[in-house]
Design a binder for this molecule. Structure first.
Ligand code: XMP
Length: 517
């Protein structure tokens, strides 16, 4: 087992970034919400160190989230407290926190006052460095055994250290890019303080994942739905390496795929990888069940349930399968664990997380549960998948259904498929595909008047969407130049019958979402 770090989450918006930075340092880590962490769970996870995340609470309130007392009493592990995590550590160890009369949000400068193992190779005494702050409380008195190693104008104890117990605390957020040397500081903690090696590579992950899958599945069969996207393709190739012919891939044509998708998937997996693949045309079944349905969540539920019907039928066809493989990723897993412990608001039931019907007869195999999207891409490369596939934009399980607000018909799907293909063709020819996280066309349920060849038209509006993102959780619209947008719009209107107007969506996420439904 590779060396590991436990991150205890107090609900900061950027806790995931701590995990990313630690993994970039070559160390495996997991995020656990503070309520779920006990001495027993820490011992069974067996970390070499613990990081306490930031969070929205203030230690000065009456009841606030706390790290388990055993962490400081019995476990003897190195601890790094970040922002709120630092404050609760200080308070729990007998220091004093007060509400600051000068809150610090955003960019701040720290003065390095003493040497510290966290600063090795990056910061020297007497230097000043940029960090990113987001706090309203300050430390007034340090607990016993601690010394101050850096300060800011308004925070006398910006970084503190207790070298004997290996406890360190930073008031700023080293995990965000606005703290330029923050990644190196976290790497110092995991390597120099905790003594972790940097053995967590994709090669190591691949070997561990293969062993886990073999152990879970035994000699049973696994059905894997291939969508043509990166996640399901990586799952399929990984499972094929793990269990060979016990894997049966199923490619379901829902009738709501993009142009040319079915052909590409079949030729890659059957032709290139020689992975057993059943190609099911279930478009009548999907579209029949969606007839007249306009509500986005009902669309997702119907599609999720129909996928399972198809998979179960196919499983029967091959004499039974005990498992269904899914490309669930780490952000889905973390997002479905609510920080408050109460039910969190469902924005969309992404069907590879919460939307599976309860009556499903197969158990899930989810070998990517611990990975971020860019790590999945790394694993894909490790498995030898071609760059064109590894770099593909994400495509949602419900397909074009959630890009046609309102009722879905075959005619609308045909129109959208054509517009989407022209748009992506323009993006590729402009050399922009890899700079964009996801780009697609949406067919609006709105008709507008136009004039083409001296005649009046009354046809649909097509919206174009393109976003940049690192994980799909936040996103910004892509700033195309006007010449590009004009060219794409002209081609769509000229080449796609049924569309006479094109608009570009400039909403970020939040407040929008990436998909329109
Ligand atoms: P949103 O629209 O929530 O999308 O900002 C974030 C990312 O998730 C994809 N997405 C889905 N994927 N089933 C999926 O498998 C779904 O129901 C679904 N809805 C959105 C979306 O394409 C984007 O990459």
């Amino acid at each position: 087992m590779s060396d590991r770090i436990l991150i205890i989450d107090f609900g900061s918006q950027v806790t995931q970034l701590i995990a990313r930075r630690v993994r970039e340092a070559g160390v495996y880590c997991e995020i656990h919400p503070f309520q779920s962490v006990t001495e027993a769970t820490v011992r069974s996870f067996a970390p070499k160190g613990v990081i306490l995340s930031g969070g929205p609470a203030s230690v000065t309130e009456d009841t606030t989230p706390r790290a388990p007392e055993e962490l400081f009493e019995n476990l003897g592990l190195p601890v790094l407290g970040i922002c709120y995590g630092n404050q609760t550590m200080v308070a729990q160890l007998g220091g004093r926190i007060t509400i600051s009369d000068h809150q610090e949000f955003g960019r701040a400068m720290v003065d390095v006052t003493e040497d510290c193992v966290l600063f090795e190779g990056i910061w020297a005494v007497g230097e000043t460095h940029q960090v990113w702050m987001s706090h309203g409380d300050r430390i007034d008195a340090l607990p016993e055994g601690f010394r101050r190693v850096a300060k800011t104008e308004s925070a006398p104890y910006a970084v503190i250290a207790n070298d004997e117990r290996k406890y360190y605390g930073v008031l700023f957020h080293p995990e965000v890019v606005h703290t330029p040397q923050g990644g190196a500081l976290l790497a110092n903690f995991v390597h120099r303080v905790c003594g972790c090696d940097n053995a967590w590579t994709m090669e190591a992950f691949k070997q561990e994942a293969i062993a886990k899958v073999r152990n879970q599945v035994g000699d049973d069969r696994v059905i894997c739905g291939l969508s043509g996207g990166v996640d399901s393709s990586v799952v399929a190739v990984l499972l094929h390496e793990a269990i060979g012919d016990q894997l049966q891939c199923v490619f379901v044509d829902t009738g709501m795929l993009r142009a040319g998708e079915a052909e590409e998937v079949v030729s890659l997996f059957k032709g290139h990888y020689n992975i057993p693949l059943i190609h099911v045309d279930a478009s009548d079944e999907f579209l029949g069940k969606l007839d007249g349905v306009t509500d986005p969540e009902r669309k997702r539920k119907i599609i999720g349930a129909t996928f399972i019907d198809v998979f179960e039928r196919e499983a029967k066809g091959i004499g039974g399968a005990g498992f269904l493989a899914q490309g669930t990723l780490y952000p889905d897993v973390i997002e479905s664990v609510s920080f408050t412990g109460g039910p969190s608001v469902t924005i969309k039931s992404h069907h590879n997380v919460g939307g599976l019907p309860e009556r499903m007869n197969m158990d899930l195999v989810e070998p990517l549960r611990e990975l971020f999207k860019d790590e999945v891409r790394g694993l894909g490369r490790e498995l030898g998948l071609p760059d064109t596939l590894v770099g593909r934009h994400p495509f949602p399980g419900p397909g074009l259904a959630i890009r046609i607000p309102g009722e879905i018909t075959r005619e609308k799907l045909d129109i959208l498929r054509k517009a989407d293909a022209v748009y992506l063709d323009e993006i590729r020819s402009a050399g922009l595909y890899d700079a964009i996280w996801q780009a697609f066309a949406v067919l609006l349920p709105v008709q507008t008047v136009g004039v083409m060849g001296d005649a009046r038209t009354y046809e649909s509006v097509c919206a174009l969407r393109a976003v940049t993102s690192t994980d799909g959780m936040t996103a910004d619209y892509y700033p195309f130049d006007h010449t590009f947008l004009g060219r794409a719009a002209t081609r769509i209107i000229n080449e796609v019958r049924g569309i006479n107007r094109v608009v570009y969506d400039i909403t970020s996420k939040p407040p929008g979402t990436i998909e329109w439904e």
